[in-house]
Design a protein around this ligand. Structure first.
Ligand SMILES: Cc1cc2nc3c(=O)[nH]c(=O)nc-3n(C[C@H](O)[C@H](O)[C@H](O)COP(=O)(O)OP(=O)(O)OC[C@H]3O[C@@H](n4cnc5c(N)ncnc54)[C@H](O)[C@@H]3O)c2cc1C
Length: 365
């Protein structure tokens, strides 16, 4: 059979795209090389705009039952200055990624017209007269259109011969879950380490949070001990965390990913387009990756549906995606510049304390 669309990658972008295509009455093959539930290196905080997409997809209630509401974000410098702001509209949500992604995949599998193939890796992609052929370990899938939603490294775009440019300075991410943290509230707490950041996203259960550490590669490669030692040394080096993490323990293996960010030379061409991190990722420091993947999945589905109906406009997807992602890229550049320069961080955090409305505006969609 020839599907209307094959989607490579069943993270938030791929599953959201499959759900929206199903609503449009399209047949979809959604494939992922992993067996779900699977972990993913992530801070696991979803911004309110991402929560709105979960509501739209009809999965919010179930996701909320697996997670914890988030009320806002704080930034703390090494000298103890702190700026805090509540989300201007609605709450965010913290959900373990294995739960969120599995929930979305199960919903996609139950949606009319969607066939899900787990433990199925796209090995190669060829353009055909009808659209695309995705080669698998045993056989192939044919479709009129393809959505590459296969994450930061996007083997699908590589297979299509699309080069990827990284950000100027490479950054790497590590994430884990901690228990026994003192003083957690319902804010995502970002701690500026100078050359990196650690953030804590509170999870259900007292003293539990996801911890994500974002670092420039030199910091990681300079480490001689194990990853856990390096993690604790850096995390406890922030004066505001030393006491709060004194009795904390690691509750899930550390997983890493990188280099972070980066974008392909193009995110649509002929019968394919890319969604989520595959289409270009914003530095995780601003915590918008899941929202951009979910909303990007919807954009990808809408443009794919239009193309299948003969109503697609060349470049239309890239323009819409650009409008969605540019404000987040600007915010990421600002926060990164602040994080890299301790003097600027002190100044910016002090200014955000004095003008909380500016901070709230930065957290708006
Ligand atoms: C350390 C860190 C912390 C982060 N913290 C946050 C945060 O707090 N909040 C937030 O919103 N975002 C955060 N992000 C970003 C967020 O994790 C991503 O933006 C998001 O996961 C992107 O979703 P996606 O669907 O595009 O890709 P992914 O979630 O990466 O999914 C891609 C899928 O493709 C599959 N795949 C890959 N290759 C193939 C292949 N050849 N064949 C078949 N399947 C394939 C993979 O198995 C995977 O399931 C963080 C990222 C990192 C690294």
């Amino acid at each position: 059979m020839t599907y209307d669309c094959v989607i490579v990658g069943a993270g938030p972008a791929g599953s959201a795209a499959a759900l929206y295509l199903s609503r449009a009455g399209r047949s979809v093959a959604l494939i992922d090389r992993a067996a779900f539930p699977r972990r993913k290196a992530c801070g696991e905080g979803i911004m309110p705009a991402g929560v709105a997409v979960l509501r739209e997809l009809g999965v919010y209630e179930e996701a909320a039952a697996l997670g914890r509401a988030l009320r806002g974000v704080s930034y703390t410098t090494r000298d103890g200055r702190q700026a805090r702001a509540a989300f201007p509209a609605g709450a965010g949500l913290a959900v373990p990624r294995e739960d969120l992604d599995h929930l979305l995949l199960k919903r996609a599998a139950a949606a009319p017209g969607v066939s899900v193939f787990e433990k199925t890796e796209a090995r190669a992609i060829a353009l055909t007269a009808e659209g695309v052929r995705v080669r698998l370990a045993d056989g192939a899938l044919d479709a009129r259109r393809l959505i590459a939603a296969d994450g930061l490294a996007s083997p699908a775009l590589k297979a299509l011969g699309v080069a990827r440019r990284g950000p100027g300075k490479k950054r790497y991410g590590l994430s884990t879950r901690l228990k026994g943290i003192e003083g957690l509230g319902d804010f995502v707490e970002v701690f500026l380490l100078g050359g990196g950041e650690l953030y804590l996203t509170p999870l259900p259960g007292a003293g539990r949070a996801t911890a994500a550490l974002l670092l420039e590669s030199s910091t990681l490669t300079g480490e001689t001990g194990g990853r856990e030692d390096a993690f604790w040394r850096l995390a406890r080096s922030h004066p505001a965390l030393t006491a709060r993490l004194a009795r904390a323990k690691i509750d899930a293996p550390l997983i890493g990913l990188g280099p972070l960010a980066g974008a392909p030379a193009r995110c649509e061409d002929g019968p394919w387009l890319a969604a989520g991190d595959a289409a270009g990722a914003v530095d995780p420091l601003v915590g918008d990756g899941i929202f951009l993947a979910l909303r990007g999945g919807r954009l990808a589905a809408e443009e794919t549906d239009a193309a299948l109906s003969g109503a697609g406009r060349p470049g239309g997807y890239a323009r819409r995606r650009g409008r969605m992602i540019r404000p987040k890229e600007r915010l990421a550049r600002f926060v990164l510049a602040m994080s890299r320069r301790p003097a600027l961080a002190r100044l910016a955090v002090s200014a955000l304390r004095v003008f909380p409305s500016v901070f709230r505006a930065l957290l708006a969609d």
